[in-house]
Design a protein around this ligand. Sequence first.
Ligand code: UT7
Length: 328
Amino acid sequence: MNGQPMTRRSVVIGTGSALPKHAVSNAELATRVDTSDEWIVERTGIRNRYLAGEGETTASLAIEAARAALIAADIAGASIDLIVLATATPDQTFPATATIVQDAIGANGGIAFDVAAVCSGFLYGVGIADSMLRSGMAKRALVIGAETFSRILDWEDRGTCVLFGDGAGAVVLEARESADPASPGILATKLHADGAHNQLLFVDGGPSTTGTVGKLRMKGREVFRHAVTNLASVLREVLEEAGFTTNDIDWLVPHQANARILEATAKKLNMSHAKVVMTVQDHANTSAASVPLALDAAVRDGRIQPGQLVMIEAMGGGFTWGASLIRM
Ligand code: UT7
């Protein structure tokens, strides 16, 4: 046979997301925390976040996002043979929240597990699912980022509690063979961790230490500094691996931690602000859910179109970070 050899790629065939019912503005937050709308907007760009109420959990949000992604892909839950769920706030210590989702969507029989890489969890999930799909271990995967960080926030610590929100996002990936180099799918992914910084962003509890869940602690300034450097560097790495330049990217869908980090990263890469999908103002930092929430928002409002090149990236506790280039 002439022409290009066949390659197998993981193709995004649907996206979905879910948010708790209760939206909380900065002004509302300022009635119970010593803060102001002005400080939060100026330092972070955040204007609103959604906080889980009674009956809303990481699993319930993940299930809602997964169902929305299945509808968008026009497939049944039973056809999913791999679920990778990224979270730092599982419903229980075990079993994996992914197994609760598996049962709810009727996907029993495949593989289901959680990934713990905090804010980079969705990127890690995409990297793992893509490897498993390309190796033939599975054919259709749900990769979900779902969090209820409101449950691990110290509401007395204004330096952290104003920054986070709850939510979930999901993508359906399908393994497809094509000989066309311009065919859709994940083109390159790079993941990193540097455990030397594991005490700059952490939770001060856990099953094997305090026996409690613990609360989030962060040295914000140091995280900020590392985030800009690491993200710009991993984005360049992915572009080089895939054989593209910054100019080829149609949309950058970054982890939504702070508008200033997004702006600084785009500037470092000489990328126009207009190509950056920004949802931090509406959702705040939803950790592993932030990238798939932003991706789903931009797919649903028509910004992201089939054939376009989309770069996703995130950095979080560990430190962990990563990026992935996807042809939609
Ligand atoms: O998703 C994982 C990755 N996480 C991140 O990317 C977070 C990265 N870090 C950041 O986004 C920023 O460092 C923060 C938004 C967390 C903080 O911004 P900053 O410019 O680094 O402020 P800061 O922590 O140095 O605090 C500056 C001042 C302090 O007052 P003094 O000491 O200068 O008088 C704080 O006490 O702002 C004060 N402050 C607040 N004031 C009103 C801290 N939090 C608040 C608040 N409201 N919520």
